[in-house]
Design a protein around this ligand. Structure first.
Ligand SMILES: CC(=O)N[C@@H]1[C@@H](OP(=O)(O)OP(=O)(O)OC[C@H]2O[C@@H](n3ccc(=O)[nH]c3=O)[C@H](O)[C@@H]2O)O[C@H](CO)[C@@H](O)[C@@H]1O
Length: 374
């Protein structure tokens, strides 16, 4: 059996890393991996961490200016692979251009598509744009939908997809996190010296901010709130700053000179996992981080007005705070009011960490082949 996995961005590599590991250990599976080369700086170390062997690199994709041009280059390059080799599955994750292009190429070449983290919806085609469009388009091209939660499975069933094609397996981000925590071990020495040198006598508030819709006034309000918390004295605000130049400039303007705030370069994933395991509270607009916080029992203030991951709120880990200064400042102060870190002992809505094993099992189980004809 031959399987092609396609990815582009850092979060895709993190979420497909465990799937690649499981597939490459299955006897009789030949695994090919196509990478667009996106997020090269952010992907550093991830391929090694998950022992992913990229067999096919995309060419000239990132230098193509338009989004439609990028889609078309990716479609062409993936189609070439599909015509050269006989694949049993094309595996994609999430809602990126890479995932949409690979799913389209698979569908048009009659190669069944498996979609990891299927069924997330905001029901607003323009928010997030173009991800909501990509999610829906990928669903149309997909044979086997790996939903991370019951709610995402329900979204797909409501769109008329046959129940036997939608499997709720949990989110592979949990597998990635648990695997990485185990790999780095309790005595981990961070790769980034600035992380290694962080003082450990304060309550650590880990923040990330990068979403397009927050750029401008919303991000300024969030940064003002983080600055206010930095002045409390008992907290250490740690913010790995995204590479987006607009985000960087605004962060430096508001937090460049605030006590107890450490601005770091984007962290390699093991360093980020290390900080998550030390944190008291997370403040973030990231999708992946919303799923990671519950895995470590951490409360998270979500600096967005909406989330396509409502489970994090329903399970009692997360709260939407938008860019509301008071909600962020009061929220963090309340969550850090006691001396010890207050971890939440609730069930993780994103699964147990066996999603990748389940996905590999279903992709290689002969029974699933009957779905392809259906
Ligand atoms: C619209 C939407 O919902 N879009 C999502 C968004 O994904 P996201 O919001 O999860 O993206 P990020 O926040 O960039 O990544 C998070 C991961 O990165 C790790 N991390 C973080 C900081 C750091 O310094 N070092 C790290 O290693 C961290 O542990 C975590 O696992 O974009 C993707 C396509 O780009 C989409 O597919 C995805 O739906």
């Amino acid at each position: 059996m031959r399987i092609l996995v396609a990815f582009g961005t850092r979060p895709e590599i993190i979420k497909l890393g465990p799937v690649c590991r499981e597939l490459s250990r299955k006897p009789g599976v030949e695994l090919d991996v196509f990478w667009t080369g996106q997020h090269i700086e952010l992907a550093a170390g991830l391929l090694d961490l998950f022992e992913i062997n990229v067999t096919h690199n995309g060419t000239d994709i990132m230098s193509e200016p338009g989004l439609a041009g990028k889609y078309s280059l990716m479609c062409q390059q993936i189609e070439r692979l599909l015509k050269t080799n006989k694949y049993d599955w094309v595996v994609v994750q999430g809602d990126t251009a890479t995932a949409a292009a690979a799913a389209t190429a698979g569908f048009l070449n009659h190669v069944p598509v498996a979609h990891v983290e299927a069924g997330l919806r905001t029901d607003n085609m323009y928010s997030p744009w173009p991800e909501e469009f990509n999610r829906r388009m990928i669903a149309l091209a997909t044979t086997l939908h790996f939903a991370p939660t019951k709610a995402s499975r329900d979204n797909l069933l409501a769109e008329g997809i046959a129940p036997e094609k939608v499997l709720n397996v949990g989110n592979t981000v949990v597998d990635a996190l648990l695997y990485t925590r185990k790999t780095i071990g309790p005595n981990y020495r961070p790769l980034d010296p600035e992380v290694a040198d962080l003082p450990n006598d304060k309550k650590l508030i880990l923040a990330t901010l990068h979403r397009r819709e927050n750029i401008g006034e919303p991000i300024r309000n969030v940064l003002r709130a983080l600055g206010e918390l930095g002045r409390d004295g008992d907290k250490l605000i740690v913010l790995p700053v995204h590479l987006n130049p607009e985000v960087r400039a605004t962060v430096l303007e508001y937090l460049g000179d605030v006590p107890n705030v450490r601005l770091l370069k984007p962290l390699q994933y093991p360093d980020f996992v290390h900080l998550l395991s030390r944190a008291s509270v997370v403040v973030s607009d990231s999708g992946g981080v919303q799923e990671e916080a519950p895995t470590f029992g951490l409360p998270i203030l979500i600096t967005r007005d909406t989330t396509e991951r409502p489970e994090v709120i329903e399970a009692g880990f997360g709260r939407l705070v938008g860019s509301d200064f008071d909600a962020i400042v009061d929220g963090v102060r309340k969550l850090t009011s006691s001396d010890a870190v207050q971890l939440l002992h609730k069930a993780n809505p994103f699964g147990r960490g066996d999603a990748a094993a389940q996905i590999a099992h279903h992709l290689t189980a002969s029974g699933e082949q009957s779905l392809i004809a259906a």
